[in-house]
Ligand binder design. Structure first.
Ligand code: AR6
Length: 175
């Protein structure tokens, strides 16, 4: 089946898809930005589920570049995939590899759980400071890669907060 890749401008917490992706931190302890919005909309059950996940080292439940899946709790989405993007330090600290890994791990989890639709925020492009255009290129490359071997996937949505992000994804998706 053909996978549809699309960009929309929306609050990701409103999307009734199989999974939405959270731009989380390694401790999965909540935060600001999209992480805060997702936890507020999902309700306390999401934090309870995150806190019950084992720490693989102090303060780390999900290392940078990895992703884990939880239920959606009070969200319209069935699942939340928590992906931890890299902090941008200028690009020479492995940031592109780590960001690409976030998208791959998230898409792998979606396929492993037989999910059809998934929405991504612009991981790392808020407080983590990743330049939008560079991050968008990686996101679209990884989504196109997954579309070559889609498994259960039929729809990959890039959910943008604001016109600037929407335009960046639109440009990348037609390139
Ligand atoms: N829906 C869609 N996109 C959103 C929403 C929303 N409701 N809210 C923000 N964005 P950020 P990061 C966009 O800072 O850079 C947290 O504290 C936002 O405009 O949420 O990966 C975590 O706990 C931006 O384009 O995530 C981590 O500590 C994008 O989502 C840290 O921030 C990502 O911005 C992660 O930083």
């Amino acid at each position: 089946m053909q996978v549809v890749l699309e960009s929309i401008e929306a609050d990701i917490t409103t999307l009734a898809l199989d999974a939405i992706v959270n731009a989380a931190n390694e401790s999965l302890s909540g935060g600001g930005g999209v992480d805060g919005a997702i936890h507020r909309a999902a309700g306390p059950g999401l934090m309870d589920e995150c806190r019950a996940l084992p720490m693989i080292r102090p303060y780390v439940r999900c290392p940078t570049g990895e992703a884990v899946l939880t239920g959606g709790h009070g969200l319209p989405a069935r699942y939340v995939i928590h992906a931890v993007g890299p902090v941008w330090y200028g690009g020479s600290k492995g940031e592109p590899t780590l960001l690409g890994s976030c998208y791959r791990r998230s898409l792998d989890l979606a396929r492993k759980h037989g999910l059809a639709s998934i929405a991504f925020p612009a991981i790392s492009c808020g407080v983590f400071g990743y330049p939008l255009d560079k991050a968008v290129a990686i996101a679209v490359t990884e989504a196109r890669q997954a579309a070559e071997d889609p498994g259960s996937l039929s729809r990959i949505v890039f959910c943008c907060f604001g016109q600037k992000a929407l335009q960046a994804y639109r440009d990348a998706l037609v390139a």
